[in-house]
Design a protein around this ligand. Sequence first.
Ligand SMILES: NC(=O)c1ccc[n+]([C@@H]2O[C@H](COP(=O)([O-])OP(=O)(O)OC[C@H]3O[C@@H](n4cnc5c(N)ncnc54)[C@H](OP(=O)(O)O)[C@@H]3O)[C@@H](O)[C@H]2O)c1
Length: 312
Amino acid sequence: MSPRRTTGSKAEPATPRPDPEHRAQHGARDWGAGHGYPARMSDDERPLAVVTGASSGIGFELARQFAGNGFDLLLNSEDERLAGAADRLRPAAPEADIRTVRADLRTYDGVEQLYAETAAAGRPVSAAALNAGVGRGGPFLENDLADEAEVIDLNISSTVHLAKRLLRGMAARGEGRLLITSSIASTMPGPHQAVYNASKSFLQSFTEALADELRDTGVTVTSVMPGPTDTDFFRRAGMEDTRIGRGPKDDPAQVAEQAFAALMKGKPKAVTGSARTKVQEAANGVLPDSVKAAAHRLMARPGSGTTGPDRG
Ligand SMILES: NC(=O)c1ccc[n+]([C@@H]2O[C@H](COP(=O)([O-])OP(=O)(O)OC[C@H]3O[C@@H](n4cnc5c(N)ncnc54)[C@H](OP(=O)(O)O)[C@@H]3O)[C@@H](O)[C@H]2O)c1
């Protein structure tokens, strides 16, 4: 709904690639052995990764993982701060060719624009992290339909759309790695965040289904399931006054490191972050949905972070 379209900026020129000794000094790892990664990591044949939602938070840290492990990058987000994010990545991985594509993935045309610029790179996409996502806190009856439709457009529609485009190419080549950012929110109903949790339940089911469908193709599909993480997410979702918004958070760098490792190993899913998050995800596997819904309501109710929990 209310589609906005941002003009894509074209890629920066490729940076020169230093010698292997330089790469070793900067910590690039060879994932070819022991991780099942199919692409060669030589200087003349670097794999290309696409990361959406790369301007901040988990996506930025995922991009850092790719850059530090021998990938060239095509980074996407909507806002102009994407260029600054790319600039912050380059010093740690000067050998990486890091390009940016600004596009609003809430729109069909924005997704097509990103895919077209990916294809225009003229190189196979070895890995993609479909990570862009937003939330919307608050009571369903009071929230604007347009805001919640945008959650669906970005979290669900753009992910299905990009997966369709990218996976066909990967499957045709018999290699590729797709990461989809789900959430432990996928494992519980989300009162006061109803559309967001449902969008992540969709992604979790979708990702696990694709992982199974593609099991004999050489392509792997991995879902990453972070818990509450210290990013812009809760501010943007209007949830800074909630208990969950004010509660403890995981480090996005830790989340991304664990997600990248799971992706390289071809795992179907990875619960990332702290032990606290892993325990919560495990508990969600056995708790009744009604109990999880009530607990979520107390954590996500507007004002709960300032007035304490009630029965709201
Ligand atoms: N933080 C958490 O607690 C948490 C927990 C579980 C899962 N997740 C998931 O992690 C993913 C990343 O979120 P985050 O926590 O890292 O939050 P974040 O810091 O707010 O990052 C969101 C990213 O999505 C991009 N984005 C937003 N709207 C977009 C659009 N219309 N088109 C293209 N890109 C867009 C943003 O870029 P611009 O605004 O610069 O365009 C930004 O790069 C999301 O899928 C989120 O659901 C987060």
